[in-house]
Design a protein around this ligand. Structure first.
Ligand code: GMT
Length: 374
C-alpha cells in the first residue's frame, strides 16, 4: 500500500508514534510518505520505503497567522497526484484530520481513504475547548476510520464530543521490541550515580499537564530517605520552574537536567524508577518505554495509564497530585530489592507480550484494508 502519514515533528508522543508506525510499515514493504512541517524527531536516518515531504507555509505579511492547514491540504493533494496514495493516516485530530478530509474532497471519489488516530490532548484539551469542538467533531466524523490509543481515550472522546458518531477502534501504542530493551552501557550508571545512589527518571516535553514539579517534590522525599539521583529528560515550558524548585529545595547536586535526548534506551536502562505523575495521559508512551527497559513506574491513576501500568505489578498508580503517596510507594520499591526485581521483570514481560510492533502493526494493516474494501 501507499500510505501518507501526517504528524507533528516535535518531541511528543503523537509524532513519535506516527514516525515509529511509518518505520514499521516501511519495514513490512509498504511505501510510506511522511508529511510534516519539519523532519520528525525520530526520523533520523535513511530508511528504504520512507519518503519525507516538508510542508512550507509561506509567511506573507498580509497573514498574521500562516495558513498551515491550507498548505498541508495542498501538499497532500500534490503528493497524491505524484504517487497515488491509498490511505492518508492523520495523527492528531487538528489540523491533520481536517487537512486530510479537505485533500480527499479536493481529489474526488477515487482519492485516498482517511484514517485518523486520536492521541490525547487533541481530545482532552483541545476537544473540550469550544473554539475547536465543532471542527474536531466534524473531522472525526468525516474520517473513513478512527482509532484511539487507549480505551480511556475512546471513552473521553465520546464524553467530550457527544456529536461524534463514527465508531472508534482502540489500537494501543507500541514499541520496536528489538530496540526497546535493557541495554547497559558500561560505566554509565557509575557516571550518573558514582556513589551507588538509586536512579529515578522522568521524561516528557515538560508541559503543565505533566506535573513536572510533582516529580521533584516526590524525589525530594526519596532523597531524604536514601542517596538518590534524578534524571529529568526532555525540554519544554516547565523546565525553568523545575530548575527553580530544585534550587529552592537544595537538590542541585542530585538532579540532572539532560534536555532532549535521542538515545534514551541507555538512560532508561540504568533507571531504578520512572515517574509520570501527569494530570492527564491518554496512554503514557514514556511509561511504556521505561517499562521496556525494566524500570518500574510510579504514575497517576488517570486516563490510559492504568492500561499501561498494572498497579501493584509493574509499578504503582496514585491519585493525581498525591505527592506523599507516590513518594511512599517509590521508597517502598527502592528499598525492597526482591519486590523491585519482580516489578522490573513484570514490566518487561508486559511490554513484550502486549505492546510490541509485531502484535500491533497487523491491526493497522487490517484497518487500512478494511477502509480500502480489500
Ligand atoms: O503529552 C505528550 O507528551 C504529547 C502528546 C502528543 O499528542 O504528542 O502525547 C499524547 O499522545 C501520546 C502518543 O499517543 C500518548 O502516549 C500521551 O499519553 C498523550 N498525552 C496526553 O494525553 C497528555
Amino acid at each position: 500500500m501507499r500510505i501518507g502519514i501526517v504528524c507533528y515533528p516535535s518531541v511528543g508522543g503523537s509524532g513519535i508514534v506516527a514516525t515509529e508506525l511509518a518505520k514499521e510499515l516501511a519495514g513490512r514493504g509498504h511505501e510510506v510518505h511522511v508529511v510534516s512541517s519539519d523532519i520528525p524527531f525520530r526520523l533520523n536516518a535513511f530508511l528504504e520505503n520512507i519518503y519525507f515531504h516538508q510542508v512550507d507555509t509561506p509567511a506573507y505579511p498580509l497573514f498574521k497567522e500562516p495558513p498551515y492547514l491550507l498548505a498541508l491540504a495542498n501538499k497532500l493533494v500534490e503528493l497524491h497526484r505524484q504517487v497515488g496514495l491509498d490511505v492518508i493516516h492523520a495523527h492528531y485530530a487538528v489540523p491533520h484530520a481536517t487537512a486530510a478530509y479537505l485533500a480527499r474532497e479536493m481529489i474526488g471519489p477515487h482519492g485516498p481513504r482517511v484514517v485518523t488516530t486520536l492521541h490525547g490532548t487533541d481530545i482532552t484539551l483541545m476537544g473540550s475547548d469550544p473554539s475547536f469542538t465543532e471542527i474536531i467533531t466534524f473531522s472525526i466524523n468525516r474520517s473513513d476510520a478512527v482509532t484511539a490509543v487507549s480505551r480511556s481515550l475512546r471513552t473521553d472522546t465520546c464524553k467530550n464530543l457527544p456529536g461524534v458518531t463514527t465508531a472508534i477502534d482502540v489500537i494501543p501504542n507500541f514499541l520496536d521490541c528489538a530496540l526497546w530493551q535493557r541495554t547497559e552501557v558500561p560505566g554509565l550508571r557509575q557516571r550518573i550515580a558514582p556513589h551507588g545512589e538509586k536512579i529515578v527518571a522522568h521524561m516528557s516535553n515538560f508541559r503543565k499537564v505533566k506535573r513536572t514539579e510533582d516529580v521533584i517534590r516526590v524525589f525530594a522525599r526519596i532523597a531524604h530517605a536514601m542517596p538518590a539521583k534524578l534524571m529529568m529528560i526532555g525540554d519544554g515550558p516547565e523546565v525553568n520552574n523545575c530548575v527553580d524548585l530544585v534550587r529552592e529545595l537544595g537538590l542541585k547536586e542530585q538532579v540532572l537536567f539532560l534536555g532532549n535526548q535521542e538515545q534514551v534506551v541507555p538512560l532508561l536502562s540504568v533507571t531504578d524508577l520512572f515517574m509520570l505523575p501527569s494530570d492527564q495521559e491518554s496512554f503514557g508512551l514514556a511509561a511504556l518505554e521505561a517499562m521496556a527497559c525494566g524500570a518500574p513506574v510510579i504514575a497517576s491513576e488517570t486516563g490510559g495509564l492504568p492500561e499501561v501500568v498494572v498497579d501493584g505489578e509493574t509499578g504503582f498508580l496514585c491519585p493525581v497530585g498525591d505527592v506523599a503517596g507516590m513518594a511512599s510507594r517509590a521508597i517502598e520499591l527502592l528499598t525492597e530489592p526482591v519486590m523491585h526485581r519482580e516489578f522490573s521483570e513484570a514490566a518487561v514481560h508486559r511490554v513484550q507480550t502486549n505492546f510490541c510492533a509485531a502484535r500491533i502493526l497487523p491491526q493497522y494493516e487490517e484497518l487500512y484494508q478494511r477502509v480500502l474494501g480489500m
